[in-house]
Write a protein that binds this ligand. Structure first.
Ligand code: AMP
Length: 298
């Protein structure tokens, strides 16, 4: 499989393909590839003529004290996996100096994710979504895609990047792929490798919590407080889970509301630590329409 490491070569390759009338789909990743990434690569291959998978652990989206230095970087293994999933895909694997020629710490221009970037995870990871939006815009300029594919597991990231494409008039279609889960429901994540066996066992409470909220919404529960409590009560049973947030917000604005309106599209989302490992999960769901909501049990 073809590996490109320089922005200039990536742009030249993409321009040539586009000039030949081929459509490009980009899958941005930080590597340490797993079944979740595989679903994205397959969606990319089936929605365009050429797939580019970027592998770049972006320093500007990690805060001080976060796991940038220890984030897994099994590059050879990633290339093998990609080759098996999609032999014709191109891997774009730049060094930090290629993506940030001006320097990571230097006074540089960046994208602000605005208020959307300060909600949910953004309240606990200041600047994270600015870093994500900045690097994704740079990846778009490097790879010149028609379509960009992201996982709905990182729901807030998906909402922000869809808005990036819309608000900045990028003309790139942003696609979301449903979360791929292990047999017990835990979402595949490169960070699952940090979990001890006991933490891994307890972590199943995270998908259980968001699923409980989804089910309650489906039954007609509209009260935020009741939904948050349903999620927190499940997380309380998990050994040593430290909940950062459990929230129900509007699916587009990410704003919390006291009561969900009939038919409203919402996002139930959780972030919790197991030991030093921070896991997130979420589910987009729609409240039943006014005439179909079954009455709540007292
Ligand atoms: P990452 O390498 O963790 O930055 O993720 C790269 C892309 O893969 C992002 O769009 C993620 O949302 C997506 N992704 C990560 N885990 C999963 C999963 N379990 N299912 C679907 N997509 C995922």
């Amino acid at each position: 499989m073809k590996i490109i490491t320089s922005v200039r070569k990536m742009q030249a390759w993409a321009s040539k393909r586009r000039a030949a009338g081929r459509r490009i789909a980009l899958v941005p990743t930080m590597g340490a590839l797993h079944a979740g990434h595989e679903a994205l690569v397959r969606a990319a291959t089936s929605s365009a003529d050429d797939a580019v998978v970027s592998i770049f652990v972006n320093p500007t989206q990690f805060g001080p004290g976060e796991d940038f230095d220890i984030y897994p970087r099994p590059f050879e293994k990633d290339v093998k996996l990609l080759g098996a999933w999609s032999p014709d895909a191109v891997a774009f694997a730049p060094e930090a100096g290629e993506m940030y020629p001006e320097g990571v710490q230097a006074d540089r221009l960046s994208v602000s994710a605005g208020a959307l970037g300060r909600r949910l995870c953004g309240a606990f990871r200041p600047g994270h979504f600015d870093g994500v939006a900045t690097v994704v815009l740079k990846l778009f300029h490097a790879c010149r895609p028609d379509v960009a594919v992201f996982g709905l597991k990182d729901a807030q990231q998906f909402v922000i990047l869809r808005r990036l494409a819309q608000d900045m008039l990028l003309g790139i279609r942003v696609m979301g792929v449903p979360t791929v889960r292990e047999a017990d429901g835990l979402a595949f994540s490169s960070r699952n490798a940090y979990l001890s066996p006991a933490e891994r066992k307890a972590a199943v409470a995270v998908p259980q919590a968001v699923r409980a909220a989804q089910e309650a919404i489906g039954r007609g529960e509209q009260r935020r407080a009741a939904l948050v409590e349903a999620m927190r009560s499940i997380l309380r049973r998990a050994a040593d889970a430290r909940v950062e947030y459990a929230e129900v917000v509007d699916a587009d604005t990410l704003q919390p509301m006291e009561a969900i309106a009939p038919g409203q599209r919402v996002l139930a989302a959780v972030a919790a630590y197991f030991g030093n490992t921070r896991l997130i999960d979420s589910v987009f769901t729609q409240a039943p329409a006014a005439d179909s909501a079954s009455p709540r049990k007292p």
